[in-house]
Design a protein. Structure first.
Length: 394
């Protein structure tokens, strides 16, 4: 068949999936497509465009609960939450500039990928804030899980299971997510000139202190904030003004031997937006890896990056963004080998030309037990692989 279907309601989504099952023609499921280039092309001639399922269904600021349709843009949601002084605590990144994508990111894409920003370290991932979901499975069956409550202990937590599945199990049609108050202010303490090992040690010390650090990153010298010489290790403090000032003083005393500077609220917000969206690597044309490991393993994994690479550490060393030259496998074997040697984690190829994607798997190879579990989950939800076949290993 080919072509694109653009359902506007949950019933139309279900009808489309039932048609795909009966016709034996799978769909590529997309929203605005800003993260589309991350995964390899799907093995589907037809497209199910769910961007028409948009809009806020219900927003209850007093209850810290927001219900929306998956095609709702992150910009629209941010604007509404700003009016009430609220936010998504998981700090979702906007990777469209990094990927050279056109359009606006949607909450459906955020839910599908489970990508979170610097505050993931303390606030958790997207799935940790999901309260409920309405969806249509690859069997053409409508279901819902969870609800507008913080705790759901009845049956399986399907909203969290679907989060991060890249649209391979079901098509979400309505989502309920927890929101939190936005901090009154923020500042960032910057330690200059530390090596990666020294930076991870410092970030670990800060995270273990009573300073309540909400972001910890280590940036290469060429992307350090203005006025900072050499690599920059950034520690973010958020909250009420007097509390932030007291905690900043505590950190300054803790790291009195280091070369310190303080970024005010505006400069701090700009820095963490750049870290969140990987802005230093925008427009370079090199491959970009997203690597998650134990924070203490970060420096060793970084050493495996190919010559000419740049590395940015987030999550106190637990998340590495590696910009690597597009030669050979762009460091795939070395980086994934280092992840394995470090005791586990995953290295995802976020940005790469089509020629490299044809040779290098996007997602980190799964251990046999996890792969078997994923297979069982996929077979339960989408036995005929009508949703995004080929997007993730089947």
């Amino acid at each position: 068949m080919g072509g694109t279907l653009t359902p506007q309601t949950e019933d139309e989504v279900r009808e489309a999936i039932v048609w795909a099952i009966n016709a034996g023609e799978p769909f590529e499921v997309v929203g605005h497509g800003t993260k589309r280039s991350i995964s390899p092309p799907t093995q589907a001639a037809a497209t199910l465009d769910v961007s028409g399922l948009d809009g806020i269904v219900a927003y209850e600021p007093e209850e810290l609960v927001l219900t929306l349709r998956p095609g709702t843009t992150m910009a629209e949601l941010a604007a509404e939450m700003d009016k009430k002084g609220q936010m998504f605590a998981f700090e979702p990144p906007n990777l469209a500039p990094l990927l050279g994508a056109v359009g606006e990111a949607t909450f459906g894409g955020t839910f599908a990928t489970n990508f979170a920003g610097p505050r993931r370290l303390t606030a958790g991932a997207v799935r940790d804030h999901m309260l409920g979901v309405h969806a249509i499975s690859g069997r053409g069956e409508a279901f819902k899980a969870g609800g507008k409550v913080v705790k759901n202990v009845t049956g399986y937590d399907l909203s969290r299971a679907l989060c991060g599945s890249w649209g391979t199990l079901a098509v979400a049609t309505e989502l309920t997510v927890k929101v939190l108050p936005r901090p009154e202010t923020e500042v960032t303490l910057v330690l200059a000139g530390l090596t990666a090992d020294e930076a991870v040690a410092a970030m670990s010390r800060a995270m273990g202190s009573s300073a309540d650090v909400s972001g910890a990153a280590h940036l290469p010298a060429e992307v350090a904030p203005n006025g900072v010489t050499g690599p920059a290790t950034a520690l973010r403090l958020e909250g009420f003004g007097p509390s932030v000032s007291a905690r900043l003083s505590h950190l300054q005393t803790m790291f009195a031997a280091a070369s310190l500077s303080v970024l005010d609220e505006a400069a701090s917000r700009a820095l963490w937006s750049a870290v969140r969206d990987v802005t230093p690597f925008v427009g370079t044309g090199h491959a970009v890896w997203r690597i998650s490991v134990a924070p203490t393993a970060g420096p060793e994994v970084a050493k495996a990056a190919p010559a000419g690479s740049r590395v940015m550490f987030d999550w106190a060393g637990g998340l590495l963004w590696v910009e690597a030259p597009i030669t050979g496998d762009a460091g795939a074997a070395a980086l994934r080998g280092a992840v394995a040697a470090a005791g586990g984690g995953h290295a995802t190829l976020i940005r790469a030309p089509a020629t490299l994607r044809a040779e290098v798997a996007t997602f980190h190879p799964s251990p046999a037990p996890l792969k078997a579990l994923s297979e069982r989950l996929r077979n339960a939800f989408d036995p005929q692989a009508v949703l995004n076949p080929g997007r993730m290993a089947r």
